[in-house]
Design a protein around this ligand. Structure first.
Ligand SMILES: Cc1ncc(COP(=O)(O)O)c(C=O)c1O
Length: 476
């Protein structure tokens, strides 16, 4: 990589967040990336809503426990016992972080998607044997949409233009039909906005339904408690909670989880197996078949413990400051529009989606990376129904911040977009395999990465599109 670097620091200007420091250090906070002009720059990771970098303390904890790692649960060896204890202690920390009640159960999963699919297999059937009904909104990430759609027992409610209108619609629907569950996002992965949890819990519980909160975008960004809110289940992902080691969690009421369909059939989930009959464990083992991800659980617990040390008000203020500057700075640019699900939402998390008039979101994202070393997300964010309702079938661009984000990164994004709007990109771009790429991209791969090129990125773009997270294909 080029030795020449760009100094990204400059004196703070009024109204900017140039001097805002990260709340906690992240492992990749000092990583430089190459630009198309041959220089390099500190990476501005404004894609933390997709996957957040590991906290430095999480990386250190993983290094610390790796020498202690051995087979878990069924090993008699000393290190096996240590690993088992580490795994089970992690479960306690993860549950405590989301305010689990004494009789709640914490299941270690791979991620939010697993957690929601798992719960979908546990919603009790109605008295007539048909699946228990679930109410969802069209604002959801596919992970909190498809598992319910697939059971055939979901009603999808179109979100209103305001929070108040949406709550009214939920209340009306809950009064019309008996629901077992209201499954709703804790914070939209498109706009960072949310519905007030206290109202959701009140409406659902008054109607005899439980509440599942998709906490993927909430739990890493706000202090959340099952006990304090009365929410029945929360699902979240380690890789969005600064612990990208393959673990996530589902935490909540034990009864459904003790009796529901085991998430996977396999060793560890069963008490006794005969050729003609099997007895399953209750939760959590019931849903954790196969060898568990000890390191992932330890990493997630370490992240939870680190986040718990941060004053909740400082956490929220850091993000609110960065988000406000993002929204104001972007909206002030000619032809740039910030997207909202609800105009009156309060306390949104640091996720901001926008469009640049007359420019493909993929081109804008490629430009930000190639000419400014800024990572953002473009596409439809696995939230097709919402993007479609908002008239954004062509996709949009999303910038997101977290505890590791410095204000300087936000200022760089606003400056880079101002330059794009005024002068367009300097490099040449073309679509290769569904992905905007730099023509004759000169950027080298990182030394020591073992890569011979970034051609796989194009393939990943193709996969993302076919997986439904990219913009709508031309043929619709
Ligand atoms: C709100 C929300 N829910 C669910 C998910 C799915 O998370 P995962 O891919 O970790 O399962 C995401 C991921 O972007 C999300 O933002």
């Amino acid at each position: 990589m080029s030795a020449q670097t760009i100094d990204t620091t400059c004196p703070s200007a009024p109204g900017t967040v140039q001097d805002v420091a990260p709340v906690l250090p992240v492992a990749s906070g000092d990583t430089f990336v190459p630009l198309v002009d041959g220089t390099s720059v500190r990476y501005a990771n404004l894609d933390v809503a997709a996957s957040a970098p590991a906290l430095a303390s999480v990386a250190a904890r993983v290094s610390e426990v790796l020498p202690l790692y051995a087979s878990v649960h069924r090993g008699a060896g000393y290190l096996s016992q240590v690993s088992t204890a580490l795994y089970e202690a992690s479960r306690q920390s993860i549950g405590a972080f989301v305010g689990a009640r004494a009789d709640d159960v914490t299941i270690v999963t791979r991620n939010t998607t697993d957690s929601l699919n798992l719960l979908a297999g546990c919603v009790p059937a109605q008295a007539d044997g048909t699946p228990g009904r679930v109410l969802v909104l069209d604002v959801e990430h596919h992970a909190n949409f498809l598992p319910w759609q697939r059971t055939g027992a979901a009603t999808v409610l179109t979100g209103g233009a305001t929070v108040a209108a949406t709550l009214d619609a939920i209340e009306g629907e809950l009064a019309r039909t008996p629901y077992a569950l209201l499954a709703v996002t804790g914070a939209s992965n498109v706009t960072g906005e949310s519905l007030p949890v206290a109202d959701l819990v009140r409406l659902a519980h008054d109607a005899g339904a439980r509440v599942l909160l998709d906490g993927a975008q909430l739990v890493p960004h706000r202090r959340f408690s099952l006990e304090a809110t009365g929410v029945d289940y929360v699902a979240f992902s380690g890789h969005k909670t600064y612990a990208p080691f393959g673990a996530g969690a589902l935490v909540g009421r034990r009864d459904w989880l003790d009796t529901g369909t085991p998430f996977l059939a396999g060793g560890g989930a069963v008490r006794n197996v005969r050729v003609d009959a099997t007895t399953w464990h209750p939760a959590p083992a019931r849903h954790e078949a196969g060898s568990p991800n000890v390191i992932g659980a330890v990493a997630l617990a370490a992240a939870c413990e680190a986040l718990a040390t941060v004053d909740p008000a400082s956490l929220a203020e850091h993000e609110a400051t960065l988000r406000a500057r993002l929204v104001d700075g972007l909206d002030a640019l000619e032809g740039v529009h910030v997207v909202h699900a609800w105009d009156d939402a309060t306390d949104p998390v640091g996720v901001v989606t926008f469009v640049v008039e007359d420019h493909d979101p993929g081109l804008v994202a490629a430009y930000l990376s190639a000419e400014h070393g800024i990572g953002v997300r473009d596409g439809r964010f696995c939230a097709h129904p919402l993007l479609s309702r908002l008239g954004l079938d062509g996709g949009a661009i999303r910038a997101s911040v977290g505890v590791g984000t410095a204000g300087e990164e936000v200022e760089r994004l606003i400056g880079a977009l101002a330059s794009f709007v005024a002068d367009g990109p300097r490099a040449q771009y073309a679509i290769v395999e569904n992905l905007w790429t730099v023509v004759d991209d000169p950027r080298p791969v990182p030394a020591g990465s073992g890569l011979s090129g970034l051609f796989a990125t194009a393939a990943a773009g193709f996969i993302a599109e076919s997986a439904g997270c990219g913009p709508l294909p031309a043929d619709g």
